[in-house]
Design a protein around this ligand. Structure first.
Ligand code: EPZ
Length: 426
């Protein structure tokens, strides 16, 4: 098992380049199933989850060629022979559920393992299934699998366009239903759709394959079904959450750190909160920011996570580390997931003073943190304890870093490049 050893207290300087977005790349890979042609995806982050999705596609009969150095994937979906997403792969990565919509649209049937919950919450998929049902699919659940096919009585061959009102602007449901609807017969309207920048990236990708979609960037997406889609050549958008992680690191202990490929339009509310804390952020151009930590201790502030354009839940653990040494009391409210505070006990072991109260945390800022052995409980919780190690006095040992490697490409190398004292140990 690998871990990180971090010697805290170093000032970060220099430049870091942000990779392609995990939460877009995975969906573009799933969407490539919609065509029998070849798809070339560039600026792909080289992370565990991308490799798991590639394995998932190969299990379906898709040919995937990865050029890790050039960060390019070539995907050939002409010979899919088994529309089944196995439990072994789905349990490794929940996003595997996103092959369901494309397989249903292209083959009229799919068998996919139920993802189940994870450390941050129950992670339901009821809205995905309700959407498929509205378009004429029927499903049953047996032995941990969802068997879904287009009902013969509802015109058998293709899904039918429908008006779908989502109870919650779920990203996964918006993406899965949209990918099912692009090959459906007629018009589908998704109301209360998710609006994250990664949704836009998927819309642009589908349009480049020949899909007919309008309303991107709004809460109502209209999809006119087409008969078929062709392969495409597309570059993944930069990862806003990875960018937010390095911006926060620089906001804690950085001096004029340059973060490239950080599209600030996707991080407006995050920037607002960092400025309230006292972090110095300069927008150099639309893709580059320069960040320095405050002269003195930061100021406390309150944060509430919400679907986009609200404060991103994936940056909740990250900003909490910043607030853990700010002057005063902050309240952080998690509104998207039921159980996204598992890292709090780890921060308190490093000397933070944080209380959990239902879906709120009350953070009484302390002068400093001290190094300790801590665990990564999930992807963003892991990144949070790494950042805490950067500002803590002494040595921090982070274990279970496989969680972090799922979504961050070479985080130790990038932080070292900024002057952090961090190393990977077996
Ligand atoms: C995506 O998960 C991201 N994952 C998550 O990022 C992110 O935290 C989340 O969106 C919210 O922004 C990927 O894109 C791979 P949702 P997803 O469907 O699609 C409930 C990271 O750290 N819900 O918007 O699964 C659900 O239980 C990861 O990179 C239902 O109740 O999120 C949750 O509480 C973690 N029924 C909430 O909605 C449904 O059918 C948000 O889920 C679907 C969702």
């Amino acid at each position: 098992m690998a871990g990180f050893i971090i010697n805290g207290g170093k000032t970060l300087t220099g430049r870091v380049i942000i990779d392609g977005a995990k939460n877009s790349a995975l969906k573009l890979m799933a969407a490539s199933i919609l065509t029998g042609g070849r798809t070339r995806i560039s600026n792909v982050p080289i992370i565990e989850d991308v490799l798991t999705m590639a394995e998932m596609l190969q299990g379906l009969g898709v040919k995937v060629r990865a050029d890790q150095k050039e960060k390019i994937l070539e995907i050939d979906s002409s010979n899919i022979n088994n529309p089944e997403a196995s439990y072994e792969l789905v349990r490794k990565m929940r996003a595997s559920i996103l092959v369901a919509g494309p397989l249903l649209a292209r083959f009229g049937q799919v068998k996919v393992a139920i993802p189940g919950g994870c450390n941050i919450g129950s992670r339901q998929i009821d809205l995905h299934l309700k959407g498929f049902e509205s378009m004429g699919a029927i499903y049953s659940i047996e032995h941990g699998y969802i068997n879904c096919h287009i009902s013969r009585s509802k015109g058998g061959g293709r899904l039918k366009g429908a008006v779908i009102d989502l109870d919650f602007p779920s990203r996964g449901a918006t993406e899965n239903i949209m990918m099912a609807a692009v090959l459906a017969d007629g018009r589908t309207i998704i109301n209360n759709a998710a609006m994250e920048p990664e949704i836009d990236d998927l819309v642009k990708f589908l349009i480049s394959m020949g899909a007919d979609i309008s309303g991107q960037g709004t809460a109502s997406l209209t999809i006119e079904g087409v008969d078929c889609l062709s392969g495409t050549d597309y570059s993944v958008m930069p990862d806003s959450i990875e960018a937010g992680t390095y911006i926060a690191a620089a906001g804690m202990c950085g001096s004029d750190v340059i973060i490239e490929n950080a599209r600030h339009e996707n991080l407006e509310i995050f920037f607002l909160k960092l400025k309230e804390i006292g972090v110095d952020i300069d927008v150099v151009d639309e893709n580059t920011v320069k960040v320095s930590s405050p002269e003195k201790r930061g100021r406390a502030t309150n944060v509430s996570t919400l679907p986009y354009p609200g404060f991103p839940t994936d940056l909740q653990p990250i900003i909490t580390v910043l607030l853990s040494t700010a002057k005063g009391v902050s309240i952080v409210t998690e509104n998207v997931f039921e159980n996204r505070f598992m890292y709090i006990d780890e921060l308190n072991r490093m000397g933070a003073n944080i209380k959990i109260d239902g879906h709120h945390t009350v953070i009484d800022g302390v002068e400093k943190l001290s190094g300790a052995p801590v665990r990564a409980f999930d992807l963003r919780a892991g990144a949070a304890v790494v950042l805490a190690g950067l500002i803590a006095e002494g040595v921090t040992e982070v274990s279970d870093i496989f969680h972090i490697q799922r979504g961050y490409s070479d985080i130790a190398g990038k932080l070292k490049g900024l002057g952090a004292d961090i190393r990977v140990v077996k």
